[in-house]
Design a protein around this ligand. Structure first.
Ligand code: HEM
Length: 243
């Protein structure tokens, strides 16, 4: 089934739905940074402490979804290009070509973003000193946990990092907005009467995701540049900022 164009469209839509859901859950989890060090550290620790098969099973599942989503996109774009536009369809084909070009471009940059993001906050090779950030805040009695809160605050005090994240979130917003409404079309459940409502809903969802993710780098950068005062000022000392 997945060797046909329709099958690939389904696969792209289904993996897209998983990724649309993932970004919401991840964004909601991240917002705990705004609730304080204990909340986000305890949350991250709880996730890291999930039983191995669940933790690695979901990571693998997510990775497979990202790969399949990108692969089906590449194959479908190639197939569309190979199909020659005919007669009155030229204009429609041109428009579809432009939006798939935009989706391909934002999708590719997002793939780079994800690789960078994993090296930055999960594998921590960009700033290896983040590995040494340990604390008892948010930890179970008598234990230490990784200080995700301090890492995120230190991370976004680098102007280039914050700007890169905010730009990537803006691209994610555009990608989601178009992708979310395309899902309905690919699955054949987008009627003309629902088209406008679905497009509006997709736009609203995409902006919620943009704001929910970007609020953290915006607040940290704003405080670093002395526009905002939201977090504990001692976290903005030079020793932390240079990390
Ligand atoms: C401002 C935006 C973001 C922030 C602050 C953020 C924060 C984080 C942090 C702190 C971790 C590591 C958690 C830990 O130590 O356990 C993480 C992991 C991750 N993030 Fe993000 N994230 C952001 C945006 C995104 C986006 C847009 C995506 C995907 C499109 C994403 C995908 C991931 C993935 C796949 C992981 C690895 C999860 C795992 O360990 O299994 N993140 N993020």
């Amino acid at each position: 089934m997945f060797s046909s164009s329709l099958g690939k469209k389904y696969l792209m839509a289904l993996t897209g739905i998983v990724l649309i859901g993932f970004v919401f859950v991840h964004m909601a989890g991240n917002l705990q940074v705004l609730l304080g060090q204990d909340k986000i550290n305890a949350y991250a620790h709880a996730l890291q402490s999930l039983p191995m098969p669940i933790l690695w099973g979901s990571r693998l599942f997510l990775l497979v979804c990202v790969i399949l989503h990108a692969w089906t996109a590449i194959v479908l774009i190639r197939e569309n290009r190979a199909a020659r536009p005919q007669g009155n369809d030229v204009e429609v084909t041109k428009r579809a070509g432009l939006s798939s070009l935009k989706m391909g471009l934002s999708g590719t940059i997002l793939l780079f973003f994800i690789v960078f993001h994993l090296l930055h906050f999960t594998i921590r090779t960009v700033y290896p000193e983040y590995n040494d950030m340990m604390t008892t805040v948010g930890a179970p009695e008598g234990e230490e946990v990784h200080d995700v809160y301090t890492m995120v605050l230190a991370g976004f005090q680098h102007i280039w990092v914050s700007v890169f994240y905010i730009v990537a979130m803006f691209l994610l917003c555009g990608h989601l907005s178009h992708g979310f409404s395309s899902v309905f079309q690919s699955l054949g459940i987008r009627s003309d009467s629902w088209r406008v409502k679905i497009e509006l809903g997709a736009k609203a969802y995409a902006w919620v995701i943009f704001l929910g993710f970007s609020i953290i780098p915006i607040l940290v950068l704003g405080q670093k540049l002395d526009f905002i005062s939201f977090f504990e000022p001692s976290l903005f000392s030079d020793s932390l900022a240079v990390r």
